[in-house]
Design a protein around this ligand. Structure first.
Ligand code: MG
Length: 372
């Protein structure tokens, strides 16, 4: 106990976490040393720093898949992030992982998204093609290590090595030389479950696909069978809600029913054992196949829907133009991006400035500097 009679973080974690979880006491710490907090774990502090960052607040003004012009029902990048955190914490808690680290990683995972979602990312990657490209996962690290400030003596949020490492494993998944901690793996699994479900929900609401078309998908057939087993008296709105809810619920159950027994029997005693294994927490079996099919359907019918293609092309052309404008007139950027030029070069500094913008701020800047 602490002098104020509080349970220490270590006491709490020893009672709750599995041996393969990331314990606060085993953290490799922060780049810039800071004293421990009296009652918040290092990962809780990471979470709090992320929540209080400007980049996190800006997620409310960044589109997930559908723009702000299309209505106010669908997810923004912020509400997507909150759904991911909620689902990842459910899995993390059930598997006795470090829930604070899970939450920090979930709230952090999309913080580097530029305006206009993947369209914006692709356009910035083209603008920066000769300078190392652009990846929203990498840019999240730039935000956390360079662009945000919370202390005058060093740049960045000074997050723990584990939070930064968890995000770094997202940058180059194909490289295969990083084996993420289980806390990062549940966030990865939760991310795709979340967008599969909410993109179906949003696309139905926006009328981009019909319920009949969705019913042809194996994933939905599985969900319909589960719902029919439980309830038979649902009205249309309740039925649709149940479908979306069941999409998440059956995937979470699938993951836990498989990862749970695996982790029980494999006998891992530390995060070292996790890091030495290429095991990944994910949806498995028939449901995993159904998930792949669902994602192909979403790609074809939703992400490549003519209405979204139109928005995508417009956003990309505008990003190219605004990028060019700041390249020709860097002084139009705020001082902190102007002074970054000598450290990271003109291209990167312009890219970093644009990437941080919300959709609305981008449009204002475009109108101001390029015109309508
Ligand atoms: Mg995401």
């Amino acid at each position: 106990m602490t002098e104020h009679g509080l349970q220490t973080i270590h006491q709490r974690e020893s009672a709750l976490l599995a041996p393969y979880a990331m314990f606060s006491l085993s953290s490799a710490g922060r780049q810039h040393r800071e004293p421990e907090h009296a009652y918040r774990s290092p990962f809780q502090r990471d979470r709090d720093r992320i929540v209080h960052s400007a980049a996190y607040r800006r997620l409310s003004g960044k589109m997930q898949v559908f723009t702000g012009d299309m209505g106010d029902y669908h997810r923004t990048r912020l509400t997507h992030t909150q759904e991911v955190a909620s689902i990842a914490r459910t899995m993390g808690r059930a598997l006795r992982l470090n829930e604070d680290l899970v939450e920090a990683l979930a709230l952090f995972h999309d913080i580097g998204h530029p305006p206009f979602g993947h369209a914006g990312e692709d356009a910035l990657a083209e603008c920066l093609a000769d300078d190392g490209g652009f990846s929203h996962n990498q840019y999240a690290l730039t935000i956390a290590e360079q662009l945000e400030t919370r202390h005058q003596s060093f740049p960045g949020l000074n997050l723990t090595k584990e939070t930064l490492e968890g995000q770094a494993t997202r940058v180059d998944k194909a490289a295969g030389n990083h084996h993420p901690l289980l806390e990062a793996q549940v966030v990865e699994a939760a991310d795709s479950m979340t967008y599969d479900a909410h993109d179906v929900d949003d696309a139905l609401k926006l009328g981009l696909v019909t319920l009949e078309e969705v019913h042809d998908q194996e994933m939905i057939k599985i969900c319909v069978a589960i719902i029919a087993d439980r309830r038979s008296d649902l009205g249309p709105a309740e039925y649709k809600r149940a479908l979306i809810h069941t999409m998440v619920d059956c995937q979470v159950s699938n993951v836990l029913e498989n990862a749970g027994p695996f982790l029980q029997t494999v006998g891992w005693q530390s995060t070292e054992d996790v890091r030495n294994s290429d095991y990944r927490i994910a949806t498995v079996g028939e449901l995993a196949d159904a998930k792949k099919e669902m994602e192909a359907f979403l790609y074809e019918r939703v992400y490549r829907h003519p209405e979204l293609v139109k928005t995508r092309e417009r956003a990309q052309a505008q990003i190219h133009k605004l990028f060019e404008t700041f390249m020709n007139n860097p002084k139009a950027m705020p001082e902190r991006f102007l002074s970054r030029i000598e450290h990271v070069g003109l291209h990167r500094s312009v890219g970093d400035y644009i990437a941080g913008m919300t959709d609305r701020f981008f449009e204002q800047q475009y109108l101001g500097f390029v015109g309508s």
